[in-house]
Design a protein around this ligand. Sequence first.
Ligand code: NAD
Length: 354
Amino acid sequence: MKICILPGDGIGPEITTQAVRVLKALAGDGLDFDTQEALVGGAAYRSHGHPLPASTLALARESDAILFGAVGDFSLDTLPRELRPEQAILGLRKELNLFANFRPALVYPELVQASSLKAEVVAGLDILIIRELTGDIYFGQPRGIRVLDNGEREGFDTMRYSESEIRRVAHVGFQAARKRQHRLCSVDKANVLDTMQLWREVVTEVGKEYSDVELSHLYVDNAAMQLLKNPKQFDVMVTGNMFGDILSDEASMLTGSIGMLPSASLNEHGFGLYEPIHGSAPDIAGKNIANPLATILSAAMMLRYSFNQAAAAERIEAAVRRVLAQGFRTGDIFEPGTRKVGTIEMGDAVLAAL
Ligand code: NAD
């Protein structure tokens, strides 16, 4: 398993180091990891003049999966947009055709108080939101700001999805549901938007190939409400780029802890980029206080989705549950009565639990 490690900026190197330790601890037992590291984001700009240098992209292409830390460096925010650190992720998504974004939202019993919702609403929550990542109104043409005959400016964007784009992400949704509780909820706005009418038709057609998965449909406004009212009704949700952007952030906040949430962006061949959902957290970088668990859990997702190693993924997830049950907490999830540890000590605790 060739893994390209892209630590990036800020806390990126600290947290990926811990995730790599965890992967290496699992080596043997039929698992053989070859990890190679490259620069990305602000770190790459400083040494190569570009946030996604050709050498980094080449290494990513030769690999089976990418473990990504985070990018972002406020001191580079005055650069032209195409040279800013965050462009590296967009470049990787585009170059590697990573069209399916997986965002699990899971509430650990020990962290239930971190949610702003009532404990009984979120306790035991385990949902997966799959967001289409390369189409929709974010990329549709034409778009722009034009001046009308009356001199007023008008902004416009185009929502569009081709049948094949909908079909491929629908397949990903059904297949993910098969690895979980066999329930898929497709979210659209078919009552108002023609693009979304097509979305619903195509998802329904694809569903005929998955008679073992229960398919339901919700309009996005209702889905946003249901996520707050009764989030545990969902198993897997699949939706377009814009709705997924909003719903996946809403769902992540059900858990209340940004340092705990992994993500994956996959292409058709199971190649994936795995990263925590948080950014480079420059405010806490280099202090050994960042929570490495989101990155460690991203490595578990990599084993499950790119390498089909569900048992190994579950070992990591069980180890994380165990360290939480043992009371280990980084500062972001600390509560009185628990044991505050740093980034490295949290990595040590996961290794011990493994
Ligand atoms: P952020 O996610 O980096 O941080 C938000 C807050 O959460 C900060 O207070 C931070 O200290 C805390 N936090 C984040 N991760 C944590 C962790 N693992 N452990 C403990 N605390 C953690 O968001 P931001 O401050 O808005 O952005 C910082 C930089 O990251 C910006 O340059 C932004 O563009 C970039 N960014 C990158 C990504 C990415 O790489 N995918 C995502 C979001 C933001």
